[in-house]
Design a protein around this ligand. Structure first.
Ligand SMILES: *[C@@H]1O[C@H](CO)[C@@H](O)[C@H](O)[C@H]1NC(C)=O
Ligand SMILES: *[C@@H]1O[C@H](CO)[C@@H](O)[C@H](O)[C@H]1NC(C)=O
Ligand SMILES: *[C@@H]1O[C@H](CO)[C@@H](O)[C@H](O)[C@H]1NC(C)=O
Length: 658
């Protein structure tokens, strides 16, 4: 009996234990998480790229509920109110230099953004509600980030990409404000979304003067939610906040060598410990392969021992550079046929605090020159033509020649390079899409031969912008390719001009996408998928670059005209009345004396007639001229002539200037 009891008890205990473990697993799965990371990378032009990456996630509401202790409430409400499936908002100052800072790697493809504000969002609402949701979302975001994002609510300022921009669902809206200035008032609300703000952790490095002194500055917020999916595999809301800055270390080293830097010299601050709410808090220093091959050259070792050199010895003891702290681990990217891998040194800031702040330094020992990987074609856009009536937009693409081994889509015999272009043009630049011309290596081609797919929605005056989506199919051997499109410049109503209309009007950046070329980092170690920044870098993303913003001068009215008219009219009136009053009121004694002297002479018949006329004008009976009255009438005669003259001048002036 007692044995039976015991065994029952035993099973009960086992059951309860297993139950609670299952519960625990479930709870562990459904956890809010926050991660922070910073990636630093020396750039070939003596600058340093710093990429802050903050990752917050909230489990689905259906299983977890609505209360969060880490995830920002405002973002949660935004997602639920407007049923946002995916959204990206970026504030950028400066332009990413694809040539020098890299054009074929995950950071340039995912985090290099066009100047100003770019917003795109995909909604989970019926098609007819998408525009309303977009409008309300722009207002909410504009309040949240202290920026004029609400200007994107007008149908003239956003567009609906059909297939070239990320999604095929037709529920995506895209808008940009190229002229939006970005400053601390946008950064502060963005930092407010982080659990530690900028008080602790890696974000405490964000010293405003250091960050805004940089050459490029892009603050981005990306959120993805599958809250409204009916399947039970949903992951909830994932919020990714990144700040990408390119800084110039201020050292006084010779021109040729790379400048040495440390966190405190770059940002003017050190990291005093991690954000205690953060799950992981890591700093990575990345060295590109082109740079690492220099190490190997200098080291003079055989190809076989290369990995060992990099992983075993390069850290403290290599001929090129020296890191001030030993890394926690070294992560080597897997090499494949297409590319050689870069290398990441990982540092953890868990064990540092106020008294012992974390400060990493990099010291270069030898001058080194290397170059970044480039996209297959480098795109740039410019305007043709002159005058205020018409012009043309040209998009030129030059082969970078660095990828001639990496051939993308093979057709039967030939090799083709596919280039997707997405371009939005405001309605007042009236593009004639039938004038599209394609030049390959300077020669005009028949357009249809080189276009694989095209979708154009022409602009409608004061209603919608013009959108062009195009996939070009170029032979791989192409050296230069160019597209031209002609346009007429439209006229705006006086209310539609911005305050500084004479500066010109911006045409937003075009997006050039090389869909056949995917960029990602690959690591052997599967556990690295758990670190958000590394799992993000391991995602396959197509190579994307943005072109320049174009500045189109339009005919602008002379806004100072009303002012000019008012001032000239006032001047004329002042002259007229001034002289009139002067003439009417003057009784100079000297003049009278002069007239007395004149009257002493014989009065002529003309004087007689005039005095008669003046008497009539004054409505008095005419008196034969006497000594005294003749004086007076003579005064009146002069007076009348003067008044008439001034009035005449005044009227003539008035009519002439009208
Ligand atoms: C957008 O906001 C307006 C005004 O507040 C409201 O009437 C409308 O229902 C909202 N639409 C959506 C889709 O949220
Ligand atoms: C989803 O949940 C339902 C019950 O709520 C279950 O029957 C179904 O198997 C689940 N599906 C998946 C893919 O987990
Ligand atoms: C360093 O290299 C040696 C061989 O040169 C190897 O045995 C050792 O495992 C390496 N250490 C690490 C940490 O990779």
């Amino acid at each position: 009996m007692s044995r039976l009891k015991f065994s029952i008890l035993f099973f009960l205990v086992l059951f309860v234990a297993s139950e609670s473990r299952a519960e625990e697993e479930k709870v562990a799965e459904l956890k809010e998480e926050f991660n922070e990371a910073l990636l630093l990378r020396p750039l070939p032009d003596r600058k340093v790229l710093a990429h802050f990456h903050f990752h917050s996630s909230a489990p689905p509401t259906r299983t977890y509920g609505r209360h969060h202790y880490l995830f920002p409430k405002s973002i949660y409400q935004l997602v639920h109110k407007f049923q946002v499936r995916e959204m990206e908002l970026s504030f950028t100052q400066g332009r990413w230099n694809y040539e020098r800072w890299g054009g074929f790697e995950p950071i340039s493809s995912s985090y290099a953004k066009p100047p100003g504000v770019e917003l795109w969002a995909e909604f989970d609402v019926p098609h007819h509600q998408v525009d309303d949701s977009w409008k309300n979302l722009t207002h909410a975001l504009s309040g949240l980030f202290c920026a004029s994002i609400n200007f994107l609510e007008h149908s003239t300022s956003y567009s609906t990409p059909q297939w070239s921009f990320r999604s095929f669902s037709g529920k995506l809206r895209y808008g940009t404000l190229p002229r939006e200035a970005v400053c601390t008032e946008n950064l502060t609300p963005w930092l407010k979304l982080l659990p530690c703000r900028d008080k602790a952790g890696l974000s405490s490095l964000m010293d405003r003067p250091s960050i805004y002194r940089g050459y490029y500055h892009s603050q981005r917020l990306h959120l993805k939610s599958d809250e409204f999916d009916t399947s039970n595999m949903s992951t909830g809301i994932v919020l990714e906040q990144t700040l990408t800055v390119v800084l110039q270390p201020n050292t006084f080293s010779e021109k040729i060598s790379q400048p040495s830097w440390s966190l405190s010299s770059l940002f003017g601050r050190k990291v005093s410990g991690k954000c205690s709410l953060s799950h992981s808090s890591n700093l990575y220093v990345q060295f590109e392969q082109n740079l690492l091959s220099k190490v190997n050259e200098l080291w003079g070792k055989s190809e076989a021992s290369k990995n060992e050199i990099l992983i075993n010895e390069s850290v403290q003891n290599n001929p090129l550079f020296e890191l001030s702290l030993p890394p926690k681990r070294v992560i080597k990217e897997v090499e494949n046929l297409q590319k050689e891998g870069s290398i990441l040194f990982e540092f953890s800031i868990d064990n540092y605090d106020e008294s012992d702040p974390f400060d990493l330094g990099l010291k270069w020992k030898l001058p080194v020159v290397w170059s970044c990987r480039q996209a297959p074609l480098r795109a740039s856009r410019f305007l043709l033509g002159s005058g205020n009536e018409r012009g043309a937009i040209a998009l030129s693409m030059k082969s970078t020649r660095s990828n001639n081994i990496e051939r993308a889509g093979f057709d039967e015999k030939e090799c083709w390079l596919r280039v997707g272009i997405f371009q939005v043009v405001p309605w007042y630049v009236k593009v004639y899409y039938h004038t599209l011309e394609v030049f390959l290596d300077g020669e005009l081609q028949s357009t249809m031969d080189n276009i694989e797919k095209i979708h154009v929605s022409p602009s409608e005056d004061k209603v919608s912008p013009g959108v062009m989506e195009i996939v070009l199919r170029l032979p791989c051997s192409v050296k230069t390719a160019a597209l031209t499109l002609e346009f007429d410049k439209g006229f705006l109503h006086i209310d539609e001009y911005p305050p500084d209309a004479n500066q010109g009007f911006d045409i937003p950046s075009a997006v050039v996408c090389f869909g056949d070329f995917l960029t990602s980092m690959t690591f052997d170690d599967n556990s690295l998928q758990n670190i958000p920044i590394l799992s993000k870098l391991q995602e396959n993303t197509p190579v994307i670059s943005y072109t320049e913003v174009l500045l189109v001068p339009l005919t602008t009215p002379d806004f100072s005209m009303p002012y000019n008219v008012i001032t000239i009219t006032c001047t004329v009136f002042a002259l007229y009345f001034g002289s009139l009053l002067n003439a009417l009121r003057r009784r100079a004694g000297e003049e009278e004396r002069l007239l007395k002297a004149k009257a002493a002479k014989k009065t002529g018949p003309l004087t007689l007639m005039l005095s008669r006329l003046s008497a009539k004008l004054r409505g008095k009976p005419w008196e034969p001229p006497q000594q005294s009255s003749s004086t007076r009438s003579s005064i009146n005669y002069k007076l009348i002539v003067k008044v008439a003259l001034v009035a005449g001048i005044g009227v003539a002036w008035h009519y002439y200037f009208q």
